[in-house]
Design a protein around this ligand. Structure first.
Ligand SMILES: Nc1ncnc2c1ncn2[C@@H]1O[C@H](COP(=O)(O)OP(=O)(O)OP(=O)(O)O)[C@@H](O)[C@H]1O
Ligand SMILES: [Mg+2]
Length: 382
């Protein structure tokens, strides 16, 4: 049996704070068990249910999937992008902390009813922070996909470029649209608002805009998901950070994750037998790069190999050569060490690093077989 007193308090709270969509959802859920227990209340209960169904002027189950998208009143351009069921690339490598966060949000949605019954709500507003190209936008897409909801994306940097008064109206329209039915709303480039702050002529307008957004974050419906993404978290006010139910940090990929990603990219591309050494080479030349940059590099090499009819390994070796062309001898020796460990021939390592064979022999005396060492000593004596 439910806790009727708690339900009453909850319903009154939602009504008085004007959270109409939450009120509707909560009332619907609470009413059914009450009517089962109290047949005498069925007539009035039916009336309430009919009202809930009929007077849903703003909310419908499918509005965010089929309704026309909101447009800018002057240009008639659509203000948001809609992906009904976002597609994902087949190779996704989530850092464990990111995956944990995303999964938790998904799990909370599975247990939404229990959470609400316990007086809690699932995470509705989430802030994604991290450098460019590490999967923030993809994370929103992933989540929408898992939750079987459309993804609505508002690029704040794009919308901010116009006259602020108009921007405010546009943002309001988008928020209203997204609230109409369950979706994932992504406010991309969330810091664009903070960046505009130095423009003193528009301070008042900007303040209003920020208030609108903060209010939207506070009041986001229980069945909605709002994600804000930024790669300039330092620009956001602590007051803004505090507003979000949850913050997920997207870190720069580690060597281990980059290697896993490269392996997946190559395996999926069907690039013949994938040599682990080649994967290690690629991992090394893409150090400090984001997932997005790594993908670009791998795609580039695959394209190159295909166009020039070489095999991928050769393309990778060439890329290593270009990468270390202007490096110091010390760093070239570091690379040579990797290549030696990968079983490359002395000849190849010489071609790739530009280090002389003598240098290579002196530094790695144990790594070539006795015969080649014997040969090399004969060569040296000559
Ligand atoms: N975790 C990941 N696993 C696999 N691929 C990834 C991952 N993160 C990013 N990518 C690749 O990089 C591309 C760009 O990623 P995404 O747009 O999500 O980056 P972002 O963090 O939103 O960057 P920005 O801050 O520039 O908007 C993706 O389309 C995908 O190809
Ligand atoms: Mg992005």
């Amino acid at each position: 049996m439910g806790d009727t007193e708690k339900d009453i308090v909850q319903i009154v709270r939602l009504a008085l704070t004007g959270k109409e969509s939450d009120l509707r959802a909560y009332t619907k859920r609470t009413l059914a068990p009450i009517l089962r227990r109290r047949p005498d209340l069925v007539p009035i209960g039916k009336e309430v249910l009919a009202l809930l169904e009929a007077s849903s002027p703003v909310r419908s189950a499918t509005a965010s999937v089929i309704d026309p998208l909101p447009v800018d009143l002057d240009s008639r351009q659509e203000l948001i992008r809609r992906e009904s069921l976002p597609e994902l690339p087949p190779q996704i490598v989530w850092p464990p902390t990111v995956l944990k966060g995303l999964k938790e949000i998904e799990n909370e949605r599975d247990k939404q009813d229990q959470l609400i019954e316990a007086g809690l709500s699932p995470s509705r507003t989430i802030l994604f922070v991290g450098p460019p190209g590490v999967g923030k936008t993809m994370g929103a897409r992933w989540l929408a996909n898992q939750l079987h909801r459309p993804l609505l994306t508002l690029d704040l940097a794009a919308v901010m470029s116009s006259y602020l008064g108009k921007t405010g109206n546009n943002i309001r329209t988008v928020l209203e649209f997204a609230k109409k039915s369950p979706s994932v709303l992504l406010l991309d480039e969330f810091d664009a608002i903070a960046k505009r702050r130095d423009d003193t002529a528009e301070v008042g307008e900007l303040k209003r805009l920020v208030t609108v957004l903060l209010q939207a974050i506070d009041d986001w419906p229980i069945d909605g998901v709002l994600i804000a993404a930024t790669n300039h978290p330092e620009l956001l006010d602590p007051a803004v950070w505090r507003r979000f139910d949850r913050i997920i940090e997207f870190p720069h990929p580690t060597d281990e994750l980059r290697q896993a990603f490269i392996e997946e990219l190559l395996t999926a591309s069907g690039s013949g037998n994938i040599d682990i050494h080649m994967v290690q080479m690629l991992t090394a030349i893409t150090s400090k790069q984001s997932f997005s940059e790594v993908k670009r590099e791998v795609d580039h090499l695959r394209r190159h190999a295909l166009v020039f009819g070489t095999d991928l390994e050769e393309a990778v070796a060439e890329s290593v050569a270009t990468h270390i062309k202007n490096a110091t001898t010390q760093s070239k020796l570091g690379w040579a060490k990797k290549l030696v460990a990968s079983g490359y021939s002395q000849h190849k390592i010489h071609a790739i690093t530009g280090l002389s064979r003598d240098t290579l022999r002196n530094h790695f005396p144990d790594h070539w077989d006795k015969r080649s060492r014997r040969l090399s000593s004969i060569e040296r004596r000559r």
